[in-house]
Design a protein around this ligand. Structure first.
Ligand SMILES: [Zn+2]
Length: 311
């Protein structure tokens, strides 16, 4: 029997849906999130997007074994409620219940943190395979850390092939450890969280502060003005501090970076050597990979929540 899983990746700016048939992607399609329109509007548009994406490959909900969803926040594994995150419209809501109710369907919906899903997809089908080529260790023998550098800054820790989510779903929420005491305010209530220095909007804010101009983060990295170079260097320094802290906590085989900022080649220049020079366990050389799967890792990870149907 043909096995059909729908993967949904819900980000701060875009929502992607993909259909996987027998574990292989059949189609992918994106819409803007438009979270400013509020929860009801977003969830209705998600419903339309699901129906249309299924229809584009001649399927309906009834053909589907399940919907896997990546959400930009901490998902309580017991209640499925999103406890925290930078997309307020989903906080304190049970997304799987909301989705089933608007779809008027009993289809099984499994939700997880998007950074965990990115990490899961990369370890099993992306960076993990590259690491396997280099070392002979299979994904189920690896410790990999996925880091999203995008609208926000999330992390996923994969140990021996499985995501470590902690007791309440907040394991490896690495964007909220403090890099600068009394630093920039974070929506989580603390000051100086890593997210406030490593996400795209933080680069844009720094550039605006320095020059008065608004510029996309990726564009800031293309500029060679004194202000831009200072911001680029500071960004890499902050990223190395951040990764070094994570080495102290997790001692991983490798990091894999995803999200818009991870596509900027400049951030990788000399990055590993600098990291290796300051890790606590001297002589260890954790690799830092750019994402290998591309921007479809989120939907793939979401579909992998139904791994029993992904072979
Ligand atoms: Zn924070």
């Amino acid at each position: 029997m043909e096995k059909t899983i729908l993967g949904l990746d819900i980000g701060g700016t875009k929502i992607e849906a993909a259909i996987f048939i027998n574990g292989r992607v059949s189609t992918r399609a994106r819409i803007p999130t438009k979270r400013e329109l509020g929860h009801q509007s977003v969830i209705e548009r998600i419903k339309d997007h699901i129906i249309k994406t299924l229809a584009s490959v001649g399927k309906t909900l009834n053909d589907c074994q399940g919907i896997g969803v990546g959400l930009p926040g901490t998902i309580d594994p017991l209640t499925s409620v999103m406890i925290n995150g930078n997309s307020e419209i989903f906080i304190n809501r049970n997304f799987s219940q909301d989705l089933k109710s608007i779809l008027n369907s009993n289809i099984e919906v499994r939700c997880a943190n998007d950074a965990n899903l990115f990490a899961l997809a990369e370890v099993h089908r992306g960076a993990g395979l590259k690491f396997q080529e280099e070392t002979g260790l299979s994904p189920s023998q690896q410790i990999g850390v996925g880091i999203i550098l995008g609208t926000g800054n999330g992390g996923g820790l994969i140990i021996n092939g499985e995501a470590y989510i902690g007791r309440h779903g907040g394991g490896a929420e690495v964007g909220h450890h403090v890099l600068y005491q009394n630093g920039r305010p974070c929506y989580c209530g603390r000051l100086g969280c890593a997210e406030q220095y490593l996400c795209g909007p933080s680069i844009e804010a720094s550039y605006k502060e320095q020059t008065g101009e608004s510029l996309m983060a990726t564009e800031v990295f293309k500029k060679s003005s004194e202000e831009a170079i200072t911001i680029q260097k500071q960004y890499q320094k902050d990223l190395i501090e951040f990764l070094t802290n994570l080495c102290t906590l997790f001692d991983p085989d490798y990091f894999v970076l995803g999200g818009g900022i991870s596509t900027i080649d400049k951030i990788y220049e000399g990055l590993e050597e600098k990291l290796w020079s300051q890790v606590f366990v001297k002589g260890t050389r954790p690799k830092v990979y750019q994402h290998q799967i591309g921007d479809s890792a989120g939907v793939l990870g979401a579909a992998m929540l139904f791994k029993e149907h992904m072979n």
